[in-house]
Each structure stands twice: as C-alpha cells, then as structure tokens.
Design a protein around this ligand. Structure first.
Ligand code: NAD
Ligand code: DAU
Length: 341
C-alpha cells in the first residue's frame, strides 16, 4: 500500500489527481491536505469522504507544527505538492499570499519531509510560467527544461522560487525531489475565475465575456487528466533531481479558445468584449515535452477538440457546482462536509 500526500487536493488539478489515482491504483491511500482557501471546495471531494483509502485534513501548508505532526503520524511514501495560490491576476493585485503559500509553504513541506526521514519522493507541481514567455512571431521556439528561468508575474516568481528551493534541498540534503512544469490545464472542477470556466459561466448567463487586449496571447492547452497521468508516471518512474516539462503541443490564441467555447455553447460571438490587458501579460507559452515522452513514454491522449467539448458539457451539466461557488454557498457547504471528516 502506497501512502500519498496530496496538498491542494480540494482545488482543480489536485482533486482531479486524487480521483485519477484512486480510480487507477487499487493499492494506494491518499491523504489530502488543503486549507480550503477561496479556491478549495470540499464539495468536489464529497463522494470520497468516509472512504477507507482517503483522508481529508484541513490544514495550511505554512503551518509548520501541523505539517510536522502530520508527517510524523502518516509517514508518507510520496508527497505531491499542488497547494498554491494559482491565479496570475490575483498575484498582480496582492503578491504576499503567493509568496507565503507558494514559497514558504513549499519550504515547510520540504522540511517536514526531511525531518521525518520518510518518503521516497517529494514531487513539486510547477508551471511553464517559470520560463517567462516566447515571442508571437517565433513559432519555432519552445520551452525546454534547459530554458532559463525568466519570470513575469509575482505568481510565476513565487513558483520559480519554490522550484529552486526544491533543487537546493535535493543537492544539499539529498531530498528525493522531482519537479514538473506543465502548460495550461482545462477540464472539470476548475474555479470559474480562469479563462475557460469563466467564459462558460458568463456565456451561459448571457453576460459579456472579457478578453484581455486583442486576445492574441497564446497558451498551450492540456487536458487535466493528461497532466495527472504525467505526474503519476513521474512519481513512480521519474529520476530524483530531475525536471520534466508537460505539454500537449496544442497552442491556441485566447480569442480562438473563446470562440470555440461560444460555438460549443451555441452562443453568439457578440458576447466577446475586449478589455484592458493584464499588466506584464505573457505573450506565448509553448512546451517541449520530449524528455517526458522519450524517458517515461508519456503521450497526451485527449485531443483538444474532444476535450473542450466534453469540458463544456461538464460545466453545462454541473451548473450547481460553479453556481454555488459564484454565490459563495460552497463555503458553508464545505464547512458542513468538514464535520464528516
Ligand atoms: P487551484 O487554485 O484550483 O487549487 C489550489 C488549491 O490549493 C486549493 O484547493 C486551495 O485551497 C489550496 N491551497 C491554497 N493555499 C493553501 C495553503 N496555504 N495550504 C493548503 N492548501 C492551500 O490551483 P490549480 O489550478 O489546481 O493548480 C494546482 C497546482 O498546479 C498549482 O501549484 C499550480 O501552480 C500548478 N499548475 C496549474 C496549472 C493550471 O493550468 N491550472 C498549470 C500548471 C501548473
Ligand atoms: O501556464 C500554466 C498556468 O496557466 C498556471 O501556472 C496558472 O496557475 C493558471 O492559472 C494558468 O495561467 P494563465 O494566466 O495562463 O491562465 P488564465 O486562465 O488566467 O488566463 C489564460 C489566458 O486568458 C491568459 O492569456 C489571460 C487570458 N484571459 C484570462 C482571463 C481570466 C482573458 O483574456 N480574460 C480573462 O478574463
């Protein structure tokens, strides 16, 4: 039985990872730590509460005492750190929570892992944003694991700092660390402040959909389950001290993504409203994931056309999930569910 700590498991990718691991491994126990920040929603994990192979702990990864106590008690085999402040716009408005959770929080987890002397792997879930951006007129350029760190926002800077700390703990203390740097994810359970669920929720309410600048910025979209599969491979077959890029060679300009979403919903493009650009807005992300493909045999399985259709359908069929977030009701619901843990 492998015991895995998943931090940030009540958020978008962490919750998808928890379901993915429990569905695909019979011999695994998941402990999920999440502070239930605004981005955490225990409703997402409700079907798992009370199950033998799952435990939810409400705690903050910056809380050293709580983390040391938990690590001593549980003796995890693997730690996968998803917990983060993840929204670039919020980091521009208020950087400090990003530095606290993304940098200090990661340092506390690394110390807890090291001090309790347990565990065969500490996996840090990072982002392609640590590489900065690429020009729009050089489609031949991609981020590789050797691309220098060159961050733009307080968010990406906090993530890059955490990556460097993980590598320092590997070199100095021998902590068995791996890092993955993934491109933009889409799929179910994404908080409706991020581009795709924001566009869907607003369009379904016939509200204007805000596109920054001229909508020409390019992101490299990957289905969340392809990200989960990659992390599963890295924690089991990846090499200590290594960085792995994850991305699906699926670059789209924002305006094209928004038009695809509107078409899938049968809504008019008249809903599009071009608004003031994000300060420091990265132009283009594009990942070269050939190391992961070559060394661990990973291939992205979901085609964007299929994945986006399925994702739009999920938000259409699960409107209560995101409407409870928009109304704030999910906070009360999460508190009620906490009593079951
Ligand atoms: P999210 O914002 O949906 O979820 C983050 C989770 O972390 C939430 O449940 C939140 O409650 C929890 N959390 C926040 N602060 C915490 C703290 N101090 N202690 C404990 N829990 C805390 O984020 P996401 O989109 O699921 O991203 C997960 C990870 O993947 C992040 O590290 C992010 O940097 C990385 N990432 C995201 C994407 C993407 O497209 N969303 C792409 C690449 C990498
Ligand atoms: O690349 C990986 C990163 O992807 C992750 O590390 C981040 O956690 C995740 O939030 C995401 O960052 P982005 O800034 O790319 O995602 P976001 O959904 O905020 O925006 C996607 C693009 O859409 C970006 O170019 C900004 C634009 N946008 C976004 C919003 C919210 C708009 O045009 N309008 C909007 O309202």
């Amino acid at each position: 039985m492998e015991k895995i700590l998943v931090t940030g498991g009540a958020g978008f990718i962490g919750s998808n990872f928890v379901y993915y691991m429990l569905e695909n491994h019979g011999d695994v126990k998941i402990v999920c730590v999440d502070s239930l920040s605004y981005a955490g929603n225990l409703v997402t994990l409700e079907p798992l509460l009370g199950k033998e192979n799952f435990r939810f702990v409400k705690a903050d990864i910056t809380d050293r005492e709580a983390m040391y106590t938990l690590f001593e008690a549980e003796k995890f085999d693997v730690v996968v750190n998803f917990a983060a402040e993840s929204h670039v716009d919020r980091s521009i408005d208020s950087p400090e929570p990003f530095l606290m959770t993304n940098f200090i929080g990661t340092s506390v987890l690394l110390d807890a892992f090291r001090k309790c002397g347990c565990g065969r792997r500490f996996h840090q879930v990072s982002t392609d944003e640590v590489y900065g951006d690429l020009p729009l007129d050089r489609p031949d350029l991609f981020f590789t694991e050797e691309t220098p760190i060159h961050t733009s926002s307080p968010y990406s800077t906090s993530k890059a700092s955490a990556d460097l700390l993980c590598l320092a703990y590997h070199r100095t203390y021998g902590v068995p660390v791996t890092i993955s740097r993934c491109s933009n994810n889409y799929g179910r359970f994404q908080y409706p402040e991020k581009l795709i669920p924001l566009m869907i929720s607003r369009a379904l309410n016939d509200e204007k959909v805000p596109v920054y600048g001229e909508g020409l910025n390019v992101r490299d979209w990957l289905h969340v389950l392809d990200h989960c599969k990659a992390i599963d491979l890295i924690i089991h077959e990846g090499k200590n001290g290594e960085i792995y890029n994850i991305g699906g060679h699926n670059e789209r300009a924002n305006i094209d993504v928004v038009k695809t979403v509107l078409a899938a919903l049968g809504k008019s493009e008249d809903l599009i409203e071009f608004v003031t650009d994000r300060p420091g807005h990265d132009l283009r992300y594009a990942i070269d994931a050939s190391k992961l493909e070559r060394e661990l045999g990973w291939v992205p399985e979901t085609k964007f056309e299929d994945g986006i259709k399925e994702t739009v359908e999920w938000y259409v069929n699960n409107q209560k999930w995101w409407k409870d977030i928009l109304s704030g009701e999910y906070v009360k619901m999460s508190e009620e569910l906490l009593k079951k843990t």
